[in-house]
Design a binder for this molecule. Structure first.
Ligand code: AMP
Ligand code: MG
Length: 540
């Protein structure tokens, strides 16, 4: 599924001073007006009006021209106005700032009301293709959902989300997007490793954009409070706004419509996770409040990219014990989360579980088929048909990965660049660069044997098509934490050039960019012990 790209049409972008937002979400759904920030339990509402806290010294430090173009905004000529508008320092025409109410399961336990604790949406804007995008300020101050949090975000975590949502988009994976990144000029206290060491970090606000920020947890909160009418209102809104093809004759959704909708949510979620697995992305906090109802990647926290292939790997220090959200668990956690969504929307089915069970039972075969297709693409099988022999070839390689733990990205990229006419021994020795520790003789022999079989299989097909498929499937550049931290370190010193450079490299992850070879290599030694590279927390 490819996200839309901006049209080439040379329509002049609108001056930011004339920016006009509309209210589709708040005018269609029940919410509460005129509220103030103090944290509290909210009932019978999907959103609460709340004003951003205007920062004293907003300063724009990065923005995504492609998104500005898509949304018809002229940021280039007025960065000062952009800084004010996209931090909440200057009100926008038509805006009705609000925080969304939702609940969720965190690490497998029901956590009750969560909601936008430090994200404030302004409203929607129509893009060049007539599609609506919600603009949301992350880190714009306390809301009724802030609980013990302060409602702010630090530069470190904002840079991480800014860079990663764009990197994910350019990898061809559904995601929310970034528009602007600004400093607030405020100092924010954070205890990064939850060990009492408090540091004052720079405050920042990411303005992010998405067709919707509605999550599985948005449904769960209404189910938990038996707010059946709101549950139905929300489901009908999501279907008519975001799944219009399911009721294109304008009719009201029926139980059949709800089943088809749940089926599509499941399909999109399975597709999303298959892409994460393909590229080695570990979200690391797959709580149900971080699962988009559109099947997009949302809420970038202590994510990471697989380095040594290891199914049990997670970058999230807090999850070190249980490893619930490790790389290898992501598909089954997605299904677990879909079960929680199914429980929440059960009232729409008159409490009959059968239609939901039927859909849920499709997940495993669907996921397996998507995953096998992606694995086949990773090794260039342009004519893959799920035949036993090919599946054996795939399983053998993935067994090897488990035993030998090469760098996931570098291994597949090096394989993609292989010259098929070389001997299997030469191919194997070329792949040594992808290992942190040189594989011993027995593993090398296994690899060489596998490469021989693979070579025979590929030479029977169109080799240049095989190579094109592999280079389009196996990225050369992914936003490894050792790369993100270099952008953060420089940005914290007021140098935004690394941020610019990294974001530019990550826009073309499948293309060779010889000048940026430094971002395509193994994790360097210095990063092994560096907090923020191997160990991250949700502190943001
Ligand atoms: P996350 O794990 O970042 O998706 O956040 C989980 C929940 O904690 C959400 O309800 C967030 O809005 C909330 N939260 C995270 N950080 C803060 C903060 N600094 N202030 C208020 N709420 C926060
Ligand atoms: Mg979240």
């Amino acid at each position: 599924m490819k996200n839309p790209t901006p049209s080439d049409s040379a329509v002049k972008p609108q001056s930011l001073e004339k920016l006009q937002l509309i209210q589709n979400f708040t005018s269609s759904l029940t919410g509460e007006r005129g509220t103030t920030a103090p944290s509290r339990q909210v009932s019978n509402a999907m959103w609460s009006e709340v004003a951003p806290t205007p920062p004293r010294q907003p300063r724009l430090i990065a923005w995504v021209p492609e998104m500005a173009e898509l949304l018809g905004m002229d940021i280039a000529t007025n960065p000062e106005a952009a800084a004010r508008i996209f931090t909440g320092a200057q009100p926008v025409d038509g805006a009705l700032p609000y925080a969304m109410r939702y609940g969720g399961h965190q690490f497998g336990n029901w956590a009750g009301q969560l909601g936008d604790g430090r994200a404030i949406a302004l409203g929607e804007i129509t893009d060049r293709h007539n599609k609506l995008w919600t603009l949301q300020l992350k880190g714009a101050g306390p809301t009724p959902y802030s609980r013990q949090g302060d409602g702010y975000a630090v530069l470190r975590s904002s840079v991480r989300e800014y860079l990663c949502s764009e990197a994910i988009y350019h990898l061809g994976i559904p995601t929310t997007r970034s528009l602007t990144l600004s400093l607030t000029g405020e100092g924010i206290d954070r205890d990064i490793f939850y060990n009492g060491n408090i540091e004052t970090e720079q405050g920042a606000i990411l303005c992010r954009a998405a067709e919707s920020f509605i999550r599985f947890g948005s449904f769960q909160i209404h189910a938990a409070h038996r707010e059946d009418d709101l549950l139905k209102q929300l489901a009908d809104y999501v279907i008519t706004q975001h799944y219009p093809h399911l009721c294109n004759d304008g009719s009201k959704p029926t139980i059949d419509t709800y089943q088809q909708w749940f089926n599509e949510v499941l399909e999109r979620t399975a597709n999303l996770v298959a892409h994460w697995q393909r590229t080695g992305f570990v979200h690391a906090v797959m709580n149900t409040d971080n699962m988009s109802i559109l099947g997009q990647t949302i809420d970038y926290g202590p994510y990471g990219w697989l380095e040594e292939y290891d199914l049990r790997w997670t970058p999230n220090f807090v999850d070190n014990q249980g490893r619930r959200y490790s790389y290898g668990n992501q598909p089954q956690i997605a299904l677990w989360n879909l079960y929680q969504l199914a429980n929440a929307i059960l009232p729409l089915f008159d409490d009959n579980t059968e239609p939901l069970q039927e859909v849920l039972s499709r997940f495993d075969p669907l996921y397996d088929s998507l995953w096998n297709d992606m694995r086949a693409a990773k090794i260039g099988l342009t004519d893959y048909t799920d035949a036993d022999q090919d599946n054996q070839l795939l399983d053998d390689l993935w067994q090897f990965l488990e035993k030998a733990s090469p760098d996931y990205t570098l291994f597949f990229r090096t394989l993609s660049e292989a010259t098929f006419s070389e001997t299997p021994e030469t191919l194997a020795s070329n792949l040594i660069v992808a290992f942190y520790e040189k594989p011993h003789q027995e593993l090398l022999a296994t690899l060489t044997h596998w490469l021989g079989l693979w070579q025979q299989r590929i030479t029977a097909t169109d080799q240049s098509a095989a190579q094109s498929l592999m280079t389009a499937t196996n990225p050369k550049y992914v936003l490894r934490n050792y790369i993100a931290i270099q952008a953060i370190d420089a940005a914290e010193q007021g140098d935004f050039s690394v941020l610019e450079e990294v974001s530019s490299v990550m826009r073309k992850p499948y293309e060779d960019q010889p000048a940026f070879q430094k971002y395509a290599g193994l994790r360097p030694d210095w990063a092994t012990q560096r907090p923020g590279c191997t160990m991250l927390t949700c502190s943001s």
